[in-house]
Design a binder for this molecule. Structure first.
Ligand SMILES: [Zn+2]
Length: 183
């Protein structure tokens, strides 16, 4: 693969991954000072007549704070994908057929939770997680506090880690993006 067409992870000013662009685009953004270099490959150079750059792998858009709207449709399979097919409660990895969708705050308890302590709406990415059947049954209509259960910080409650785009494990590993994208 030509270096210039290799992918670069683009973060917004608050370090949220917002796009994947080519090395060529990234270099232009760096030259225009619209981006800062977060990670590069130090021994792989891009040369032009006047310039010599190390190959960027992650850049940050210094004046861009938005997070693009998630393109993924809210669906059972997309929630499983987001959670890596892992039950957020017992951390078992299972095939889709053995997984269920759990509403973290159950419908029957929704009204009693103060607005500032719950997502805007009931059936949303923020209130849905992947759970195995056992955990889902055990949870029933209880709240996490009542069970003394927790959802790990880097999981669904953390919107920063929601995938904004699909990216393969292979790319994340190959280009060293793991600090910013959960795989
Ligand atoms: Zn489970």
């Amino acid at each position: 693969m030509d270096v210039l067409t290799q992918p670069v992870l683009v973060l917004n000013a608050t370090y949220v991954p917002v796009a994947i662009r080519t090395v060529k685009d990234a270099v232009i953004l760096l030259i225009l000072r619209k981006a800062e270099l977060i990670r590069d490959e130090k021994d792989l150079f891009i040369r032009s007549e006047k310039l010599r750059f190390t190959t960027p792998r992650i850049i940050l858009l210094t004046d861009y704070y938005k997070v693009p709207k998630r393109k993924h449709k809210l669906s059972r399979e997309n929630i499983f994908l987001r959670d890596d097919h892992e039950c957020v409660y017992c951390r078992r990895k299972l095939p889709s057929s053995k997984l269920t969708l759990d509403h973290v705050i159950p419908k029957s308890r929704w009204e009693e939770i103060p607005r500032e302590k719950k997502p805007k709406e009931y059936h949303t990415w923020e209130n849905l997680v992947t759970a195995c059947r056992d955990c889902n049954t055990r949870k029933g209509n209880k709240l996490l506090q009542e069970l003394k259960w927790e959802i790990p910080e880097n999981r669904s409650t953390n919107k920063r880690r929601f995938p904004q785009f699909s990216v393969s494990t292979q790319l994340v590993e190959k280009f060293g993006w793991a600090d910013y994208i959960r795989i």
